[in-house]
Design a protein. Structure first.
Length: 367
């Protein structure tokens, strides 16, 4: 049985990740001389999206893992073998997506993290809490080490563009004009381009296990827990994510440390909207995207590539912040319409259906 709100939150996370990645596709979304409007739009979107929806998507992966674990246990299915096999398939899917579509793919990192947590989730909650704490400490240490070289430096460039530093990657901006040249570049520079995916592995483990604990504590039934997420996520997350704009030494912590706190607030907001039946039609469309999360994640990156890259419509050469943000809105509407129409005829998205068949194929005798 599907949980409606899980699909809604997952759908929001998918289009929210595009809200961050759209600036990569748009080549920053700035002309040579960005206007004050460009600066303002980039600052607002950076605050609302950068790392927040990555954190949200990561927590939801852990939520989904716990629900699947419970289902496997009820049906007496071999959890480790079946789930590890599905993570191997996700790793392959992520690699194909990385090489052919988008160098900032997150699926490979999720697959490796999922393999680790799949083994941990079968142990006691005390052991899980220890692993969670260790992963969190390792992640914090890595972020401190990463941020130390930037302490005392100006947070923004001359153009005052408050977006994540990965967008300034000169190697990324120097990729070839044709699709085949981009594919070759990603293939030949695999490890150089996978730095972020490797760096966030401890964070993934921490947030996966956080998602596991949220399910075990009854997040879908407990209004009290939902309210705590809302109050803590917004009450602590907003000040934390504003702080780097005023304290330069904190600028290295916004995407990977402070952002996931605000992600919890976003979860609380979605539960509140559902409770009071606010924007029901919008929730329906977000839920449809969530039901096809893997398909929509890949498809939105394909569409953005066609729109922005030189081998497509080359919009990145002529864009500004307004156009970049408008393209995010257009792609979001396209995803909502596409997923709604697809689900009228099929029970799952194309990637979900294929992945399910391949995941279950070696275990048909046990089902």
């Amino acid at each position: 049985m599907r949980i409606k709100m899980l699909d809604v939150v997952r759908g929001l996370a998918i289009i929210g990740t595009l809200g961050t990645n759209i600036w990569v596709f748009g080549g920053m979304g700035f002309s040579d001389e960005p206007s004050k409007l460009d600066d303002w739009i980039s600052a607002v979107t950076n605050f609302l999206t950068n790392g927040k929806f990555l954190g949200l998507l990561t927590i939801l992966f852990g939520v989904g893992m716990q629900l699947k674990y419970q289902s496997y246990m009820r049906r007496e299915l071999p959890w480790k073998r079946m789930y590890l096999w599905s993570m191997l398939l996700l790793l392959l899917d992520g690699y194909i997506h990385f090489v052919l579509v988008f160098e900032f793919d997150v699926l490979m990192s999720y697959a490796v993290s999922g393999m680790i947590v799949a083994l941990v989730i079968t142990r006691s909650e005390r052991f899980m809490a220890i692993v969670m704490a260790v992963a969190g400490i390792i992640h914090l240490i890595s972020q401190v080490k990463y941020s130390l070289p930037f302490m005392g430096m100006e947070r923004f460039s001359e153009e005052d563009m408050p977006l994540d530093e990965r967008y300034f990657d000169e190697e990324f901006m120097a990729m070839g004009a044709t699709w085949l040249e981009q594919v070759q570049y990603r293939f030949l520079n695999f490890w150089d381009l996978r730095g972020e995916a490797i760096m966030i592995l401890p964070m993934n483990v921490f947030l996966f296990l956080l998602g596991v604990f949220l399910v075990r504590k009854g997040v879908f039934q407990s209004k009290k827990l939902q309210n705590r997420l809302l109050i803590f996520g917004l009450g602590v997350g907003i000040p934390l994510n504003l702080a780097p704009n005023f304290i330069d030494s904190l600028s290295g912590y916004d995407r990977y440390v402070f952002a996931p706190v605000l992600s919890l607030g976003y979860i609380g907001i979605i539960f509140m909207l559902d409770r009071y039946e606010i924007f029901p039609r919008l929730q329906k469309y977000m839920g449809n995207i969530g039901k096809m999360a893997l398909s929509c994640y890949v498809l939105q990156n394909v569409v953005a590539s066609i729109i922005f890259y030189e081998w497509g419509f080359n919009l990145a050469a002529h864009t500004n912040s307004v156009i970049t943000l408008a393209m995010w809105g257009i792609i979001t509407v396209f995803m909502a319409v596409f997923s709604t129409l697809w689900l009228k005829f099929f029970g799952q998205g194309p990637f979900e259906s294929t992945w399910r068949k391949l995941s279950l194929a070696p275990f048909k005798g046990r089902l």
